[in-house]
Design a protein around this ligand. Structure first.
Ligand code: SF4
Length: 341
């Protein structure tokens, strides 16, 4: 989809916005013998019906822990989950296990990164899909099977009746990833959280799965949180992007604007290194240095040890989020007074 058509689509969508998820000041900390690990630290964002929000960043920046916190899958204790996660008027933090099960899998479902490890090798995929239907939907087995096969057909699984009776080891990684997408769709959830859904697949299959996800997004009008380290996939699927670094969101932008006008030095670094890698055809690190460990976060701006524009105050004071343009957010001191160029 071209940049302009994405903008037009966003404009149309803005007339019928319905907010379904609001996350405010989410903190997910783990107590470890080495100290307090701040995996997610005061993260705030929202998701509207029908949109795809991408959470982007290097490995270890807190994207997956954010997703697990929304799903209530971070065990507490020893994890500490604080703040607010409101899903269609229901506060999820503090919800009991029974109430959470009503929401997780039924109204919010997840597509994991590793299709091979998400399925039990001892049971057919049909049995495992049926288990999801039995747990969440009021259908009898005959109706559930018919709906499962319809879902498999809708995501272009060839010969779905035959696939239904097969075991996970009889399928390729790409096919299993599609089956996992079907599993997430069976209950017609309000939100799908896709955590690096194409990372474990080879490049050609990645493209097919991404195309499928775009098609589903178009047809089924659900909302999606798309977690990835790959800015290329973000351009394909997302409406808005939040860039995460060391447990914080450092930049928020509509997808087209992020690519055309990145504000945070980290985002700029991610974009530049991506272009360089494509140009040179080699695997370069994203940006010099590494994401700091969550139990060894630097004072001030967490990006300052890697930032080419770091100033004295960056080493001691953590930047708040500034909003230098409409619909934009950037946690960087350069934007404290207007233009940070
Ligand atoms: Fe760089 Fe300072 Fe901005 Fe952090 S606050 S990204 S160190 S300029």
């Amino acid at each position: 989809m071209s940049a302009s058509s994405k903008l037009i689509e966003r404009g149309e969508r803005s007339e019928r916005v319905e907010r379904i998820l609001t996350v405010e000041n989410l903190k997910t900390y783990f107590r470890t013998p080495e100290g307090l690990v701040k995996a997610v630290d005061e993260v705030s964002f929202h998701l509207d019906r029908g949109e795809v929000l991408a959470l982007v960043g290097e490995s270890g920046c807190g994207k997956s822990v954010t997703a697990l916190s929304i799903l209530g899958l971070v065990k507490s204790p020893p994890a500490l989950v604080e703040g607010s996660i409101e899903f269609r008027g229901t506060q999820l933090i503090g919800l009991g296990p029974k109430e959470y099960r009503e929401i997780r899998g039924r109204q919010i479902s997840m597509i994991f990164q590793e299709p091979m490890s998400a399925f039990d090798p001892l049971y057919t995929v049909g049995y495992q899909l049926m288990e999801v239907a039995r747990a969440h939907m009021p259908w009898d087995d005959a109706e559930a099977k018919a709906r499962i096969i319809d879902t498999l057909r809708a995501i272009h699984i060839p010969d779905p009746e035959k696939r239904y009776s097969e075991y996970p080891h009889e399928m390729s990684g790409g096919m299993l990833q599609r089956i996992m997408i079907a599993m997430a769709l069976i209950t017609s959830p309000e939100i799908i959280i896709a955590d690096e859904p194409t990372t474990a697949l080879d490049v050609t299959i990645q493209a097919q799965v991404l195309n499928l996800m775009q098609e589903l997004q178009r047809d089924y009008h659900g909302s999606m949180i798309f977690i990835t380290h790959d800015l290329g996939t973000v351009a394909e699927v997302a409406d808005r992007v939040h860039v995460m670094y060391a447990g914080k969101i450092v930049e928020k932008a509509p997808v087209v604007e992020l690519f055309e006008d990145p504000l945070h030095p980290y985002t700029l670094g991610l974009l530049t290194s991506r272009v360089k890698r494509e140009y040179k055809g080699e695997s370069l690190p994203f940006i010099e240095g590494n994401v700091p460990r969550a139990d060894e976060l630097p004072e001030g701006c967490r990006f300052h040890p890697r930032c080419p524009r770091a100033m004295d105050k960056c080493r001691t004071l953590e930047p708040p989020e500034f909003s230098p343009r409409p619909n934009r957010g950037v946690a960087c001191w350069l934007w404290e007074e207007g233009d940070g160029r």
